[in-house]
Design a protein around this ligand. Structure first.
Ligand code: DQQ
Length: 526
């Protein structure tokens, strides 16, 4: 593993309460210490790092001990209170299997590793409000402070059959009162898990602390839709007077028109403001695509994504994500190609690197946009389109891209690629990650994923970066405007048997002005 937080054996899911404290990055996560599948005793695992790359795994931070969390310590967030005092809000599953919100704080603030945590004696501090069933009330967000000095937090839930960000307010972070209206609710959505609400700068890539109030900010509201297993977000403004989030577009509907952090496997994500590097960092849970029986056999399941810096795109209509700069610490052997022409139906091997642990970044010169195919208005779902237009189906501009974790005979391969279309007056790139041939093994979910990226007539290039680490491929299209993460389990193209190719199956030639690939070292972890 390069830098995925595999962390020994067993089952890990949602990232919880990431933060930076006294020179140390902290990541907690949902963890079953007793096995490789979900269980009724979930705890908060805890790992720390000085560089977001190499990790030290500590003992579990918050474990079920009290009536208010005896049946599990589920997801939650940290907030740094004035005086640099981190506190955790988390969901406890109580003796009656009801979901309640609890408060915990470090025992010793002078320990930068914050190894010991204590639970507030007055827990629970929030119980399911009227209209919200006790098993539909969970995952408190990071809190933010208003101009009036009062804290706000949202908790995910389901009310009147609508996914909802339930709003609470508090003067002292201990006594919370329910606000009569939610911050926002979805349309036609199931329960919202793990809501996240934060400001983004419209002027720069810098991150903004959750409690900052100023002009030139937009706000992101993210919810994890349980019924879809995807993280959806929307961008808008925050009407602090009326305690409302106002989306710029249609908001969160759970349809293929919504924005997603990642159009592959990526769920229950969470961001935090990194005060030392002035950026916002996003982590998500990448689930397995093999069976539970496989997970029990291999004795682990679930990884955390590579931490991604997240910021607002210059169009202010979507976010951009990019692996944190520190990832490059793992760069090892480097190969580069420039000015390479990829004629129709051709491919070339990127050799000289370890294809099973690689960071590869390539740019493709776009063909003449006037010559590209027209997008059929019926093709509104990119995932569906990617599964009908495979990498082997020749188009005009594309498919072109990378064949990753591929065997030499290409019988095993994961194709991450683009196709370009004209859509009325704009141009749209279809980005696909096709797992259908990723393994000759049976019994694996090989769903193909897809996303649309809107481009300008004056755009000349489109880039693709893929971080490959054996069973995981995280791909970033158009400098991070669309991300797709996939899990793959090849039978033969493993370790040194894996290859990577660039390919073009479109009828128009494609030029690669530059391709860089680095073998990746293995991160350290205890
Ligand atoms: N996982 C946690 C819940 C959350 C769900 C339980 C999301 O708190 O809603 O492990 O994956």
């Amino acid at each position: 593993m390069i830098l995925y937080l595999l962390l020994g054996a067993f089952y890990r899911t949602d990232p919880n309460g990431p933060m930076y404290y006294k020179g140390v990055y902290h990541l907690f996560y949902q963890y079953n210490p007793y096995g490789a599948i979900f269980n009724t005793t979930i705890v908060w695992g805890h790992s720390v790092s000085h560089d977001l790359v190499n990790w030290i795994h500590l003992k579990n931070a918050i474990v079920p001990t009290k009536s208010f969390d005896i049946n599990s310590c589920w997801s939650g967030s940290t907030t740094i209170l004035p005086g640099n005092k981190p506190v955790v809000l988390y969901t406890g599953v109580n003796t009656k299997n009801q979901q309640v919100q609890n408060l915990a704080m470090p025992k010793n603030l002078s320990d930068p590793f914050l190894k010991e945590w204590k639970k507030y004696s007055g827990n629970p501090i929030m119980t399911p409000p009227d209209g919200v069933k006790p098993d539909n009330f969970r995952d408190p967000s990071t809190a933010w402070k208003g101009k009036d000095g009062i804290w706000r937090v949202v908790v995910g839930g389901l009310r009147s059959n609508l996914g909802v960000a339930i709003l609470y307010k508090s003067k002292d972070f201990v006594h919370w009162s329910l606000h009569d209206e939610p911050l926002y609710f979805g349309k036609n959505t199931d329960i919202w898990e793990c809501p996240d609400f934060y400001p983004v700068s419209v002027k720069s890539r810098d991150g903004v602390d959750n409690s900052v109030i100023r002009i030139n900010l937009k706000y992101v509201l993210k919810a994890s839709f349980k019924s879809k297993s995807h993280d959806y977000y929307t961008i808008g403004s925050y009407d602090a007077e009326n305690e409302k989030f106002l989306p710029d577009s249609k908001g969160l509907t759970g349809s293929s028109l919504d924005l997603r952090y990642d159009y592959g496997k990526f769920y229950a994500s969470k961001t935090f403001f990194d005060s030392v590097k002035n950026r916002r960092i996003l982590w998500g849970w990448i689930n397995e695509s093999d069976s539970s029986a496989d997970d029990i056999k291999k004795e682990w399941a679930g990884i955390q994504s590579i931490p991604r810096q997240v910021y607002l795109d210059s169009t202010q209509t979507q976010l951009v994500q990019w692996p944190v700069k520190e990832t490059e610490k793992l760069h090892d052997k480097h190969v580069t190609y420039s000015g390479k022409k990829l004629r129709r139906e051709s491919l070339f091997e990127v050799s000289g690197i370890t294809a099973s642990q690689v960071d590869i970044e390539v740019s493709f010169m776009l063909p003449k946009l006037e010559e590209v195919e027209v997008l059929d208005p019926k093709w509104s779902d990119p995932q569906l389109l990617c599964s009908t237009k495979t990498p082997r189906d020749s188009g005009r501009a594309g498919p072109f891209g990378l064949l990753l974790m591929a065997s030499q005979d290409l019988k095993e391969q994961t194709a991450v690629f683009f196709r370009i279309f004209k859509d009325n007056h704009q141009f749209v790139v279809l980005m696909c990650s096709d797992q259908s041939r990723s393994s000759l093994r049976e019994g694996i979910d090989k769903t193909t994923y897809g996303a649309f990226i809107y481009i300008n007539r004056k755009d000349e290039m489109i880039s693709l970066r893929s971080l490959v680490d054996n069973s995981v491929i995280e791909s970033f299209g158009a400098e991070g405007r669309a991300c797709i993460t996939a899990r793959v389990y090849p039978k033969f193209s493993v370790h040194t048997e894996a290859h990577v190719y660039a390919f073009n199956n479109g009828s128009l030639d494609v030029v690669i002005p530059r391709l860089d690939a680095w073998s990746m070292k293995t991160a350290k972890g205890n």
